[in-house]
Structures are given as C-alpha cells and as structure tokens.
Design a protein around this ligand. Structure first.
Ligand SMILES: [Zn+2]
Ligand SMILES: [Zn+2]
Length: 539
C-alpha cells in the first residue's frame, strides 16, 4: 500500500491529537506535530526514506517516531493509533469540539454517559441524560442541546489558516470529485466557511463517501442534498450535492460571500458558473472578487504565471533551511528569472542576523551560485530590521552594495500609532530601501496589526519609489486584500513575496498572488512581474 507524505502526516497528526487527550505529555505531542509538518513539507517520498532505514535524517524524527513511521509504512497502520481511536472515539472528540467543549471534556462526557458515537450522544441528549453528568448544569445542557440540533450552517470558532483550509477542503473535494468552494475558493486569509460542491443525480453515494472520509469523524447535519461533517479538531465542512443541471448555481451560491450572492439573487439554474453569469447578463467574476456586491467588468487580475521572480527568501545564513544555491536552483525550477536572498540582520534577535562582514562573505557565495545557475540570477538582498528610531540595522555603505533591500519591523511593535508611523517613514526615506516587508506585522489569530498609518506610508512610499510587500506566509498574508486595494488606489506598487525559509516555502507564491488578486491587483501593479533589468535599474 503506497503511503504518501500527506497520508503519513495526517496519521501522525491524528496520533498527536489523541495522545494529547490521553497522555498529556505536551513534549511528545508537540514532537509528533512537528514531525508531521516536516513530512508534509518534504519534497521527496518519505516512505522511501523510512523503508531505507533513514527516517532519522528528517528534522525532529527520533527513535520513537521512527518506529511508528516504520510500522506505518510496512503495515499501513499504527497499532497504538488504532487502539487509541477505539478507546477515545475521535468522532465524539470532533463533535465535542464543534459544540465548544474541549477534547478532554468531550471524552469525559462520553465516558460518563457511556456513549461511543456521535449518534449515541445525540440520543442521550434527547433523553435528557446530559444533566446526570457531574459538572453539566442546566445552562450547559441547554447550550449543548441547542448546538446539537442547530440547523444553520455552523462556523468554526476561529478561522482556519488558508493553507490548512486548502489542504482540508482540497482533500475532501478531490476524494469526492467535487470542487472546493466557500472561503477557500475566495482565498480568504482566515477561512470560516469550508465547503465542497459535488454534482450527482442521486446524492446518497456522495454523502455516504463524505461520511466515510478519514478527515471527517462525524456528521452533525444531514439533509437530502447537503451535509455538514466535522474533523477531529471540530472544524465543520459542508458538502453540497447539486443536481448536474444546477451545479453552476450551487457553486456560485457556495462560493460568494452572503452579501455578494444576495445581490445576484434570484440565480438562474445552470450546469456551470459561466452559464449562470451569462444568464444574468454579467461577465464571469473571479472568486477572489466575490466579497462585496459587484456586477461590473472585473479587471484582468495578476496570475501566478505572470510572476518572474521572488524577492524575499531566507537561507541557512539566517533562519532558513536551504543554502543560497539550493534556493536559487529551486526558484529556477519554478520558471523564475531571479530570486533575492534576504536574510535577517542582527537586531532581529531571536535568530541569527548578518553583520556587514557576513553580508560581504555571502556575496561570494551568491556569485558562485550565479556562475552555476546563469542566466538565472540570484540577487544580493537583505531583510534589514528597522530599529526603534527608524534607522536601519546596517550601515548605508553596506546597504548601497545590495541589489534588493527589504525593510522590516520585527521588535517593538506595540508602539503608538504616531511613533510607529514615524519609525517606518524614516526607514522608507533611506534611498537603499526598495520594499517594506509585512507592513502591518500581524500574525493571523495570534497578533493584531501594528498601529501603522497606512495612508501616510502610501504617501511616503510613492515619493520614495518604495513598494509594499504582500507577504505569502500563511499566517501573515500581509498586506491583506483590502489594504492591497488601498495601496493600489494610492498608486503604490506591490511585491508578491513568499518570505520562504525553505524550498517548499517558495510554493507560497500562490497565497501571495491570491491575496494580491483579492486587492484587485493587475500584473502591472506587481513589481516582480517585471524583467530582471527593471528590478536592477528602477525607473
Ligand atoms: Zn520579516
Ligand atoms: Zn523574511
């Protein structure tokens, strides 16, 4: 049985989730999660490495994880995981999380009631037995009963990052020959509505297959042509099974924001989206623009294939995992003409940063890589920290040698608006600076945006010929779509970058470009759709 990287990663992640419930050793749990991430991002078949007895070469794989990997690759299963799944009932955990209970609480509840499946839990609730459980009062009971019988489409308690949402929804869609819809199809930075639309005359088979997918641990809702399943994390995924002659209509409805769809209603029945829009006498609209009501002619949005190079990535010189040449070679294989190496400077603190001396030694390595990769071009760049007073973290003469300078705020982000804006403005005035990295400094779900006055930043950027980055790291996506649109209206160009810290990280260009598209960017607005000459000699 072939076990691909995603399947291995899924099993390890499931193992981690269940271990978390029973074992409680956070280090073990974290180790399995980290190993799963590594395997998911690996560019080669991990099963082969495991079969060759070389699993320990993977980052974060010790003897314990190696033994499980070998068992999984050789037998197709992990016995202890199967045992845990029997004991802990992931469907109850998924349902419990969906209902707003912690995983441990879900298991306690299930044990106290003696129920083994989600359906039995429903029956117990309907029979009024919830109140017999220690710690469940009338209020909690009412909330659970209400949630268990909820009709409306549910939302996860916090949005899923776009890369995880695509993985989940893309996997479900592929398994059912369906199409990803909902927030992922609009490439929202944090996805709440996760939906898949399938086409079938008879909905029974598709719904059955959906319920049996490894990603879906329980169905929380089932109607004739729609169902909602939950993952072990309690994340709801919606399935719509449309009749073939209405598939386009269902897809339009499942894709757009509620406001966008409402403004198009009543929607005509049609087998595909193009036919829906034709019948409405409207041009087809790219999903990224289906947020606010819009009936006009959409612009020709930038596309991934327009991108000619990546202008922000890291190497082993700072906190990246690959060498200059490995990153350059990978960028060349993606069809790019250039790649700017932008490692950190010392003020970044948490990781190694390049001193002036390092910058010059790195130049030799870049020159050597260029000899081997020509005509592809590795650019000498830097991600230079903006110090608290707005000065840059390298002397001007060093910055002046470089071909691409990104300026970044990393520390001291809690500054008041006026100070933060002055700090960034000062940095943008430095003639070496070409681009402001992750301008708002947010981490999705973890850290709010900096109090930076973007309108003022746009003015200064325009005066100084500086571009603003659309950072493609899945937990950044910064600028976000709305701000991209503001920047473009102000006349400021953007750069679509990955901020890759590894070879697989270069694939995040898709996320950056999609975010730019959400901001209505055309290819003219994106600096790195331009040829190398234009990057080296800005007009
Ligand atoms: Zn950064
Ligand atoms: Zn970076």
């Amino acid at each position: 049985m072939p076990v691909d990287n995603a399947q291995i990663a899924d099993r390890l992640q499931a193992f981690a989730a269940l271990l978390e419930l029973v074992d409680g050793n956070p280090y073990t749990v974290r180790a399995y999660r980290r190993a799963a991430e590594t395997i998911r991002g690996a560019a080669f078949p991990v099963a082969e490495l495991v079969a060759a007895g070389r699993a320990r070469e993977l980052r974060g794989v010790g003897p314990g994880i190696e033994a499980r990997l070998r068992e999984l690759v050789e037998t197709g299963t992990i016995a202890e995981l199967a045992e845990l799944e029997r004991e802990v009932a992931p469907d109850l955990v998924g349902l419990g999380r969906y209902l707003g209970l912690g995983a441990k609480r879900s298991v306690e509840l299930a044990r106290a009631l003696g129920v083994r499946t989600a359906d039995e839990l429903r029956e117990a609730a309907a029979a009024g037995r919830l109140q017999s459980v220690p710690g469940v009062g009338p209020k909690t009971e009412a909330r659970l009963v209400e949630a268990l019988s909820r009709e409306a489409a549910p939302e996860p308690r916090r949005g899923l990052l776009l890369n995880r949402a695509w993985e989940l929804v893309g996997g479900v869609a592929a398994a059912l020959d369906g199409v990803p819809a909902g927030d992922v199809r609009r490439w929202r930075d944090s996805c709440e509505r996760l939906a898949v639309v399938c086409s079938a005359g008879d909905p029974v088979v598709a719904t059955q297959r959906f319920a049996e997918l490894p990603q879906i641990v329980a169905l929380v809702e089932q109607r004739e042509r729609a169902a909602v399943g939950v993952t072990v994390e309690g994340v709801p995924v919606e399935l719509v099974v449309a009749e073939p002659e209405r598939f386009g209509t269902a897809l339009v409805r499942a894709t757009g924001s509620p406001q966008y769809v409402a403004a198009l209603e009543p929607l005509p029945d049609a087998p595909d989206e193009e036919a829906v829009y034709r019948a409405l006498d409207l041009p087809w609209c790219p999903p990224e623009l289906r947020e606010a009501p819009f009936r006009g002619e959409p612009p020709a949005l930038v596309q991934p294939r327009d991108i000619r190079g990546d202008l922000h990535c890291h190497t082993t010189w700072s906190d990246g995992r690959a060498s200059v040449e490995e990153m350059g070679r990978a960028a060349r294989e993606r069809g790019y003409d250039y790649l700017a190496i932008c490692d950190h400077t010392p003020a970044v603190g948490a990781v190694r940063g390049l001193t002036p001396d390092d910058v010059r030694r790195q130049a030799d390595e870049i020159a050597a890589a260029n000899e081997r990769l020509a005509p592809f071009r590795v650019l000498r760049g830097i991600e230079c920290d903006i110090l608290a007073d707005g000065r840059l973290d390298l002397p001007d003469d060093v910055l002046g040698e470089l071909e691409w300078v990104q300026a970044s705020v990393h520390g001291g982000q809690r500054m008041p608006r006026a100070d933060m804006t002055r700090r960034v403005e000062e940095a943008l005035r430095n003639p070496a600076v070409r681009c402001l990295s992750h301008p708002k400094g947010r981490y999705i779900n973890r850290r709010p945006e900096n109090a930076l006055d973007l309108e003022r930043v746009f003015e200064v950027a325009l005066e100084e010929g500086v571009a603003l980055e659309v950072n493609g790291l899945p937990d950044r996506l910064d600028l976000r779509g709305e701000h991209v649109r503001d920047a473009l209206r102000a006349g400021v160009p953007i750069v679509c970058s990955t901020d890759a810290h590894s070879v697989p990280g270069l694939a995040n260009m898709t996320l950056s470009v999609a975010t730019a598209r959400r901001g209505w960017a055309t290819s003219e607005a994106v600096v790195n759709t331009r040829p190398l000459d234009a990057i080296l000699e800005p007009s």
